[in-house]
Each structure stands twice: as structure tokens, then as C-alpha cells.
Design a protein around this ligand. Structure first.
Ligand code: ATP
Length: 572
């Protein structure tokens, strides 16, 4: 909670203003019963109209002052709440941007979205309430009791019993409600997750006619959310009746004892009315606790979830001594590299060593799950190896500032991701300063230019969400164009030509030779691999063999088998 609330610092001035206005409201509220007492005892009982008029006018004036203060307080509270929410979301977003892939695996995407939106809103509401009523209510209770003792000690004794009981009850409720609302937020995460998966996989769901199954999955998540919310709300909704019952009993006791005291002359009618008035004010302040408890419990649960994200120690960070200068020639060297994913025990890459010289093309071949993608991901330092070193231009990648390293590497992942926007904008994502000529040049090399020109709006064609209006091969070529426009020194293509026909792929590979960059191509096709200077054969995380096509035919049994499976017995 403390960490999350530390973002309130810039708004200290506004918080002080809001609390000062709230104090004015509070003082007026506490003074009103005393004024009432005066009007009754010195005015009504003695039939002195001028006292009634004078103090009546004071009551009206102070009420107007409290009214104006209340409105101004609301404005200030709303301002702080909104600005604070903005700042908190900004910091959360920046933090999430700095996450490594491993960090992302700790938090499901849907949960991060809930934390950025709903959880921040809960904390924002609490901030608003803290400035508006959360502090006023307990102060009203505290000073209401004090003032009652000032008015009449014996009558006020009733609070000595009721208020501690109620405060203990409320604290107990708050602890229980925090746990309940934490469960509600988890249920909300689940609804968001099901919804997200459903929308992302809509084509598959429709094609496989899994609509009913998905509907049931959503219904279940939605029902759980409803049930958990109802049970959390039920808990806090018991507060008001308990509170009203106890305080109404207190009023009965005050009236009963007060009547006797008035008869005995040890209390005045004005004093009894003032104490009853304090009691009703204390009751209304205590009943606000239902909302306050709810808001605080929810916010406390949410603050914990937001703090979990903010306090993540990002595991891939720039070293303090990270070198700014790398030659950018494109040499890649692995020295006894072993790697496993942070959430798993199994080694994915085992003691891998190689050197790839600048401008060389390497094809990585291997069965599915053999570690091809994992190897590529270590080069731009998306993960760190658990053993050994990954070097670029003779420098350990952990010693290079990530921004510098990634500036001359372009990675085209296996799963193509395009953004909504025009084709030109999508290609420019690879180099925001690229001119239209450079964009067209990259598209030509990626063998997508002719296709783009066939679209009625050419490069201004708007791509739907995730590139829905493009074929798989078109999306792949577009993502390669996006990488090429960045003029990379190291180009990593993770099975990025799988959807291309052999003729288009051959043209693309030829065009890639125009770029003076070191290229790694993960592929399943021998024909593609043969275009490379060197072929790496991966098997179960080990670099089984490396060399040219002819060398591997000679020395690798597995390679010969793959060639046979693709070309028949004769090999090429
Ligand atoms: N994020 C991850 N967390 C844990 N294990 C993973 C993760 N990604 C991949 N793996 C595991 O690592 C191993 C190697 O995966 P990798 O994606 O590198 O293989 P690949 O050779 O590229 O496979 P494919 O040809 O099917 O793309 C697999 O056993 C896979 O289950």
C-alpha cells in the first residue's frame, strides 16, 4: 500500500487544501448541536426570540460555509484522484514495458490489464474517499464523542460502551472484506482472460464450432465473479444494520436517562437534544464506514496487486558498466551456452558454442522443440543464458546497453504480429525515420511490393487487427519488410518464410544478400537451408553438427535422413 500511495507526493498541496476544506465542514458539523442547545435552552425555553434569530442566523451562515467547503472539497478530491490514477497507470505502463519475457510469464496478460485498469480505479476511488469522507467520518465520530462529554458527561457515557464495540467490529469486518475483495479481483482476472482468449481465437472458435463451449467457459467465469462479488458485498452490507441497531439503542438509552435527568434538573432539554443530535451525526458517520470499508478493502487488495507489478525486479537490466560502444559489424559468438526458461527445469540449450562471422548466413535446422527459437532469442538478449556467454562483436551481450544492442538487430518472430494501421505504418515500425522510398525498397526485397500495389490503396491500405485481411504468407513478408527497413546488422528470421512458396522464398533469400548483415534463418526446409553459408543442426538442445550442405551430407546421419525425407533417397 505504502509503495502505491507514494505516487501521491506531487499532489500534497491539493491534498492539504482538500483536507482543510473538509475540516471546515467537520467544525461546522460539530458546532451545530451546540448552537441547537443554545437556541433551545436560551431561546425557546426562555421565549427569547432574539437569541433564536441570532443563533439561527449563525447556524444558517455556518451551514452555507460547510456547503461551499463541501463542494470545493469534492473538486479538489476528484482532481487529486484523477491525476493520481493517471500517474499510477503511467508508472505501471512504464514498468510493464521494462519487463523481460521471463517477467511477462509471471503475470498473465489479462491480469496485467485488470491491474492497469480496474485495480487502479479502486485505488483512485479510495484516494477520493480519503479526501472526501474517509478522514471526516472517524474524526466526526471521535470529536462527536468528545463534544458529547463536553455537553453532558453522564449522558455521553453511553458512547464509552457503544463506540469501542463498533470500531472493533468495523476493523474486523475490514480485514475479512479485504480478503474477499482480493478474491473478487482474481475472479475479474479470469473473466478478462476468458474474454481475451475468446476474442483472439474467434476464427478458430467459429471454424471449429466451439461457440457453445466458449459460452459455457465465459458463463462459468462470469458466474464465479458474480458469486464472489455478492458474497463480498453481503459481508460489508451487514455493517449498516448492525451499526444502526446499536446506535438506535444508544439513542433510546440517552432519551430514557435524559428524561430522568431533565426531571431531576441535572440536565437541560437543550443538552439532551444536543447529545441526541451528536448521536445521529456519529451514526451517519459510522454508516459511511460501510462505503469506506468497501472502498478501502477493495483498494487494499488492488494496491497489493499493483505493488506486485511495480516491485518486480526486472531480471534483464542494463549493467551499470554496460558498454555503449559495439562496432556493429554483426559477429555472433556463443561460448558454452546453456539455457532453460525461468519457469522450467529442463535445459533447452546445452553447451552450445559457435562463431558466425559478419555478413554470413546461417540456417538453423532441427526437429520441433529442439531449441531453434530459443537460440535466436538469446542474441538480442530477450533471455539470459544460465551458463556460458553470448557475444556480439566480441562483447558479452550483458555488457551492452539493451537499446544499443537491439538497435542493430532485427528479430522476426515465428508468430507474426501486425498492428492496426496502414501497411506503410506497419513497415515503418521497423525504423520510424524511414522515408517512403526506403519503405518501398524494403517491401520489394521482402517480395511484398507487387502484392501491396495490387491493393486499391497500395501502401495506405489499412490492416485490420492483427492483419486479419492479409494471408499468412503476406503477413510474413510484411514482417520481414518491417525488419529490413531497419537496415539490421544482424537479422533473425524465426521460421518466417514457412508460408512462402519455394519460388518466392528463393527470390527473397537472393534479395537478402543485398543487405550486409549476419542472418540467422530458422527453417524446416532443406532447400532454404542450402542457400545459407553454414547450416546448424540442432537436436534436443545440442548443436549436433554444423557446416555446409555437402559437409553435413558427409558427416551427419540425421542430416542425411532429413534430406532423404524431403528430396528422396538421392539427396539433392
Ligand atoms: N516460454 C517458455 N517457457 C518454458 N518452456 C518453453 C518456453 N518456450 C519454449 N519452451 C520449451 O523449450 C523447448 C524449445 O523450444 P523452441 O521454441 O526453442 O523450439 P523450436 O526448435 O523453435 O521449435 P519449433 O520448431 O516447434 O518452433 C521446447 O521443449 C519448449 O517446450
Amino acid at each position: 500500500m505504502q509503495q502505491v500511495l507514494s505516487y501521491l507526493k506531487p499532489y500534497r498541496k491539493w491534498m492539504i487544501i482538500a483536507w482543510s476544506l473538509m475540516f471546515i465542514e467537520l467544525l461546522v458539523e460539530l458546532w451545530q448541536p451546540l448552537l441547537m442547545e443554545k437556541i433551545i435552552d436560551n431561546g425557546i425555553m426562555t421565549k427569547n426570540l432574539s437569541v433564536v434569530w441570532t443563533w439561527g442566523a449563525v447556524m444558517l451562515g455556518t451551514s452555507l460555509l460547510a456547503f461551499a467547503s463541501g463542494i470545493a472539497n469534492s473538486f479538489a478530491a476528484a482532481y487529486v484522484g484523477q491525476e493520481y490514477g493517471f500517474l499510477l497507470r503511467k508508472h505501471l505502463f512504464e514498468k510493464i514495458q521494462s519487463f523481460s519475457f521471463a517477467d511477462f510469464e509471471r503475470f498473465p496478460t489479462a491480469s496485467l490489464i485488470t491491474r492497469m485498469t480496474n485495480d487502479v480505479t479502486q485505488i483512485q476511488n479510495m484516494v477520493f474517499m480519503s479526501l472526501r469522507i474517509a478522514l471526516r467520518a472517524p474524526l466526526l465520530v471521535l470529536f462527536g464523542v468528545v463534544m458529547s462529554f463536553v455537553v453532558h458527561v453522564q449522558l455521553a457515557l453511553v458512547f464509552a460502551v457503544t463506540v469501542p464495540i463498533l470500531v472493533a467490529f468495523l476493523l474486523w469486518m475490514m480485514t475479512k472484506a479485504t480478503a474477499s475483495f482480493s478474491i473478487v479481483q482474481q475472479a475479474l482476472d479470469r473473466v478478462n482472460r476468458v474474454m481475451r482468449e475468446n476474442l483472439a481465437g474467434m476464427r478458430l472458435i467459429k471454424a471449429w464450432m466451439r461457440g457453445t463451449y466458449e459460452q459455457q467457459r465465459f458463463m462459468k467465469a462470469n458466474e464465479t465473479l458474480m458469486e464472489r462479488t455478492i458474497s463480498a458485498l453481503r459481508l460489508v452490507e451487514t455493517i449498516t444494520p448492525v451499526l444502526l441497531f446499536i446506535m438506535n439503542m444508544a439513542i433510546i438509552v440517552i432519551l430514557f436517562v435524559g428524561r430522568i435527568d431533565v426531571q431531576l434538573g441535572s440536565a437541560t432539554a437543550g443538552q439532551v437534544v444536543a447529545i441526541v443530535n451528536y448521536t445521529t451525526r456519529i451514526t451517519s458517520a459510522l454508516s459511511m464506514f460501510t462505503f469506506i470499508t468497501m472502498a478501502f478493502s477493495r483498494a487494499k487488495a488492488s494496491a497489493g496487486r499493483v505493488a506486485d507489478v511495480l516491485s518486480v525486479k526486472v531480471d534483464i537490466e542494463d549493467d551499470q558498466q554496460a558498454s555503449e560502444k559495439v562496432s556493429g559489424q554483426g559477429e555472433v559468438r556463443f561460448e558454452h551456452v546453456s539455457f532453460r526458461y525461468p519457469n522450467s527445469h529442463a535445459l533447452v540449450l546445452k553447451d552450445i558454442s559457435f562463431v558466425v562471422h559478419p555478413h554470413e548466413t546461417v540456417a538453423i535446422l532441427g526437429a520441433t522443440g529442439s531449441g531453434k527459437s530459443s537460440l535466436l532469442q538469446l542474441i538480442p538478449r530477450l533471455y539470459d543464458p544460465i551458463d556460458g556467454r553470448v557475444m556480439v562483436d566480441g562483447v558479452d551481450v550483458r555488457q551492452i546497453k539493451q537499446e544499443q544492442l537491439r538497435a542493430f538487430i532485427r528479430f522476426v518472430p515465428q508468430e507474426v504480429l501486425l498492428f492496426s494501421g496502414t501497411i506503410a505504418e506497419n513497415i515503418r515500425f521497423g525504423n520510424e525515420r524511414a522515408s517512403m522510398e526506403e519503405i518501398i525498397q524494403a517491401a520489394k526485397h521482402a517480395q511484398i511490393h507487387d502484392t501491396i500495389m495490387k491493393f486499391p490503396n497500395g501502401y495506405d491500405t489499412v490492416i485490420g487487427q492483427k492483419g486479419v485481411n492479409l494471408s499468412g504468407g503476406q503477413k510474413q513478408r510484411l514482417s520481414i519488410a518491417r525488419a529490413l527497413v531497419g537496415m539490421p546488422k544482424i537479422l533473425l528470421l524465426d521460421d518466417s518464410t514457412s508460408a512462402l512458396d519455394l519460388k518466392t522464398e528463393a527470390k527473397l533469400l537472393r534479395a537478402l544478400k543485398e543487405y550486409t548483415c549476419t542472418t540467422f534463418i530458422v527453417t524446416q526446409k532443406i532447400q532454404t537451408a542450402m542457400e545459407a553459408d553454414t547450416i546448424f543442426l540442432l537436436d534436443d538442445g545440442k548443436l549436433l553438427a554444423k557446416g555446409s550442405h555437402d559437409e553435413l551430407l558427409e558427416k551427419s546421419e540425421l542430416y542425411r535422413k532429413i534430406v532423404e525425407s524431403q528430396f528422396g533417397k538421392k539427396g539433392t
